[in-house]
Design a binder for this molecule. Sequence first.
Ligand code: UDP
Ligand code: MG
Length: 315
Amino acid sequence: MSPHPDLSVVIPCYNEAANLAALYKRLSPVLKSLNLSYEIIFVDDGSRDNTFEEIRTLHSEDKQVKGLSLSRNFGHQVALAAGLHHSSGNMVVTMDGDLQHPPELIPELIARCNQGFDIVNTKRLETEGAGFFKRNTSRMFYKLMNRLSDVALTEGAADFRLMNKAAVEAYASFNERDRFNRGLVTWMGFNQDVIEYNAEARFAGKTKYTFRKMLRFAIDGITSFSSRPLRLAAYTGILVSVAGLLYAVYALIRHFSGATIPGWTSMLITVLLLGGVQLISLGVIGEYIARIFNEAKSRPLYFIKEKTEDTTGND
Ligand code: UDP
Ligand code: MG
C-alpha cells in the first residue's frame, strides 16, 4: 500500500471495545466497494476497557487498520485531532466508534468531495433512541451557541465529516487546547457542503458524554468563539448599577423626608442581587482566564503511548 492512501477514516474511541468488531464489519465492505486505497485509524482515547486489544486484533487481520493509543483520556475533541494529525489520506473521514454515524454514508461524502467540496459536513436529522433530555439539551445548545458566538453552526452537526488534504493540513495548524472542532472547521472556510442523515442508536455501551462533559463542551464551544459573554457580564453590571443608583436616590429622598423605614427587605434583596451578578461576572471572566492560562502553558495537546506499526502522517 502506498504511504498516502486515497482515504483515511479516523475513529476516536473511548471504552468502545464492544463496538469495534461490529463497526469494522460494517465499515470495511463499504470501503472495499469504493475501489480506493484506504486506512482506518482508531484512536484509543485512554480507554479503561480492552479497546486497544480489540484494535490490535483487527490490525493483525487487516493491515489497513491502524491504531494509536493516547497516554490517558484526553477527550473526544483531542482524540479527533490526534487521529487527523496521524492520517495521511488525500481525503479524511472522521466518525464515531459506536455506529451512530452510518458508514454507508461515506460514498456520498466522497461523491460530494469529488464535485469540488473541500469539506463535507453531515447533519443529523433524528437520533434513534435519543432521550428527551439529550435531544432538547442538544437543540438548546445550538440555539445558544448561534446567539452567542460568531460562527454559525447548524443544529445536529456532529464530528462526522470528510475533509480533503488541504483542509486537513489547515486544521493541523491549529494549536489551541480547549478545542471545539465543529466551530474550528466552520471557521476555517473553504468550500463546505452538508448532507443529511438519520443517526442510529448506539450499537453497544453507554454515551461517554455525561451531563458534566456536555456542559464542559458547551462552555468550550461558546468561550472559544465568542467574547459576547464577557460583554454580557459587563452590560448586566451596568444595568444593575443604574438600577442601584435609582434606588439610592429614592432611599435618600425617603431619608430626608424623614420617613426612614427599617429597610431589612430592601437591603437583603439589594445585597443578594448584587452579590449574584458579581459572582456570575467573576465566573465568566474566570472561564476566559482559565483558557488564557491553558494556552499560556502551551503543553502538548496529547501524548501517544502506543501505536500499531507504520502509522505515518504529519508527526
Ligand atoms: N469519545 C472519546 N473520548 C471521550 C469521549 C468520547 O474518544 O472522552 C468518543 C466515543 O468513543 C465515540 C465518540 O467520541 O466514538 C462520541 O462519543 P459518544 O458516542 O459517547 O457521544 P454521543 O454520540 O452520545 O454524543
Ligand atoms: Mg455516540
